[in-house]
Design a protein around this ligand. Structure first.
Ligand SMILES: C[S@@+](CC[C@H](N)C(=O)[O-])C[C@H]1O[C@@H](n2cnc3c(N)ncnc32)[C@H](O)[C@@H]1O
Length: 225
């Protein structure tokens, strides 16, 4: 029987501060410029600022965005998947940088959201097997559920992992609570892609020919990667 869950509207789940600190202490970006593309009320932005990063935020819900703006960061209101393809946003990204993208994405659209970040980052393997990019984005870190690294075919994850293997994985030992009311029994991990590094040796083993690269999956075709 399918498990029913009631998710917060727009997948708003503020990230406990120590989760962002764990990333920044363990595997910080080398740049000072960070985009937070699903900023919510600014829980991650606050920690990024504390570590000295210059943040550009994006948030879908204006009420949340207004609160993040109070932290003194520039914020664009809208759907990241559309905004990141727009010429004016690309122009902003060319002004400073190189940029890192760091967020805890909305999970109901996480594959799509991840694909948008990866497309913007535009990593290409060179002849020695190292990721290079001509974009101004050299680092991407997304907080994901550990089980997304396997991902049932219907979630599109295997297709993303096949096309863009990450360069580092930093799993959290403690299960965070995003609601203040205990954990959701899931383990979480930072998944990182960084330029000038090789992808890790990682594969989701397909359970049948049909599953390979999700060619047969109607759901996957929704995520262009
Ligand atoms: C899991 S919460 C994380 C919030 C914030 N990053 C944090 O860690 O506290 C996801 C956030 O993404 C926002 N969101 C949902 N869909 C979005 C979209 N298409 N583009 C940008 N933000 C979106 C939600 O409103 C919510 O604030």
């Amino acid at each position: 029987m399918a498990r029913k869950s009631t998710r917060s509207p727009y997948d708003f789940y503020p990230t406990p501060e120590y989760v962002t600190r764990a990333l920044l202490d363990s595997y910080p970006p080398k740049t000072k410029w960070v985009i937070e593309p699903a900023a919510g009320r600014g829980a991650m932005v606050k920690v990024l600022q504390e570590y000295g990063y210059k943040v550009q935020a994006v948030e879908l819900v204006s009420e949340y965005a207004e609160e993040t703006a109070k932290l003194g960061v520039p914020i664009s209101i809208g759907d990241w998947r559309e905004l990141c393809a727009r010429a004016d946003i690309k122009a902003v990204l060319r002004l400073n940088g190189p940029w890192a993208i760091i967020t805890n994405p909305p999970y109901t659209i996480a594959p799509d959201f991840t694909a948008s970040c990866l497309k913007l980052m535009d990593l290409k393997l060179d002849s020695t097997g190292i990721y290079r990019t001509k974009s101004n984005i050299g680092y991407l870190a997304l907080l994901l559920r550990l089980n997304m690294l396997a991902g049932p075919i219907s979630t599109c994850w295997p297709r993303i992992w096949d096309r863009f293997k990450p360069t580092a994985i930093r799993s959290l030992h403690i299960r965070p609570s995003f609601t203040g009311k205990g954990t959701d029994m899931c383990n979480y991990t930072w998944v990182i892609w960084e330029q000038d590094r090789p992808p890790i040796d990682f594969e989701v083993i397909p359970s049948s020919r049909k599953c390979i690269r999700c060619r047969e999956c109607s759901s996957c075709r929704k995520v262009e990667i």
